[in-house]
Design a protein around this ligand. Structure first.
Ligand code: ZN
Length: 332
């Protein structure tokens, strides 16, 4: 048993309370490589932002749970080495699909876990979330739950259609499950293809796809019923067009990839939304830099030659999100 406290990590309780009160959101960046971790920590330290480093089940299988735990501990020490005296770093399980997986993460240094029972019947979702909460709270670990279904694909999580969260269920669900934060579905979506062209309109000037707006009416109704309760948005990459263009210009093939416009995420950050999940944008930033490098310097074969610009490009994106979209800078 390794407690996250031994690793220098924190849970989300105080961080979320401050974010809700302060009208900003904490970035939750997925990671599974050394370069992502370095870029996340450099960005968080330079902007003085708290940060959630999150790992999906697939990422844990890819990178190995033990290695990730030590990487998170390394992240805390690295932040201190970069001059941050009081790093606020969470190691979070993204989309835990069973009590056993959540327990295994809690026993191995995670400071926060998500149990995603959104595809289960309502009562079953409450029952298992509550079981996770009881174990987690005994170890001072915080729990994110989910109500409503997001469309899109993210590792093992996939759904063809979205089902918006029903505001009339949120009080009953959060009270009976005891969760610390709630992921809701208001039109965000997993992956780099968040909407089909048929769901979008086309901007007549640029020819680019314009996605349907988020359901702010549902968000505001939830806020009214659960005042001050931390709300989470998954699937909130904006799929930057310049990265997609770079990928496509250097041999990639991502036609009509579309994300959530940043203005809408900026607006959501000012509400009770206090955690915004961004994964695809990091994948795109990394892939764009590597494709460009391979195209321009076909003789290079030392991974450091192309992973360094990839790391720089991800860091630039993380800083942009923190400062220009979420507003979590200067909060340490
Ligand atoms: Zn998600």
């Amino acid at each position: 048993m390794t407690s996250y406290k031994e690793l220098g990590l924190v849970n989300t309780r105080e961080m979320f309370a401050k974010a809700v009160a302060g009208g900003y959101a904490i970035p939750a960046f997925n990671f599974n490589t050394l370069e992502q971790m370095q870029a996340i920590i450099q960005a968080a330290v330079e902007t003085k932002s708290p940060v959630i480093m999150q790992v999906s089940k697939g990422a844990r299988n890819y990178a190995n749970g033990t290695i990730l735990r030590y990487m998170a501990q390394g992240a805390v020490e690295y932040a201190k080495e970069l001059g941050c005296e009081n790093p606020q770093i969470v190691l979070h399980l993204d989309h835990g699909d069973s009590f056993e997986l959540c327990k295994d993460c809690i026993d191995n240094g995670f400071s926060s876990v998500m149990f995603d029972g959104s595809s289960l019947p309502y009562e079953e979702n409450i029952r298992i979330t509550k079981q996770v909460v009881e174990y987690a709270h005994a170890h001072d670990v915080t729990v994110e739950a989910e109500l409503g279904v997001l469309a899109g694909v993210e590792d093992e999580v996939a759904s063809e259609v979205s089902h918006y969260t029903k505001p009339e269920e949120v009080v009953d669900f959060s009270t009976r499950s005891g969760c610390d934060s709630l992921a809701i579905s208001i039109g965000t979506s997993h992956g780099a293809y968040k909407f089909t062209p048929a769901q979008c309109t086309r901007d007549p000037k640029t020819g680019k796809l314009v996605p349907p707006p988020l359901a702010f009416d549902i968000l505001h109704e939830i806020e009214k019923r659960l005042p001050g309760f931390p709300i989470v948005l998954h699937g909130s990459s904006s799929v930057p067009q310049d990265e997609v263009d770079t990928i496509n210009a250097h041999g990639g093939k991502l036609p009509d990839a579309v994300g959530i416009p940043e203005e809408q995420l900026r607006e959501a950050s000012k509400s009770a939304v206090c955690k915004i999940n961004i994964d695809s944008d990091s994948r795109l930033a990394m892939t764009a830099a590597i494709r460009k490098h391979f195209d321009e310097k076909p003789g290079d074969f030392d991974p450091r030659q192309y992973l360094k610009p990839a790391r720089e490009n991800m860091k630039k994106m993380y800083i942009h999100k923190i400062v220009e979209v979420l507003g979590s800078n200067d909060k340490l």
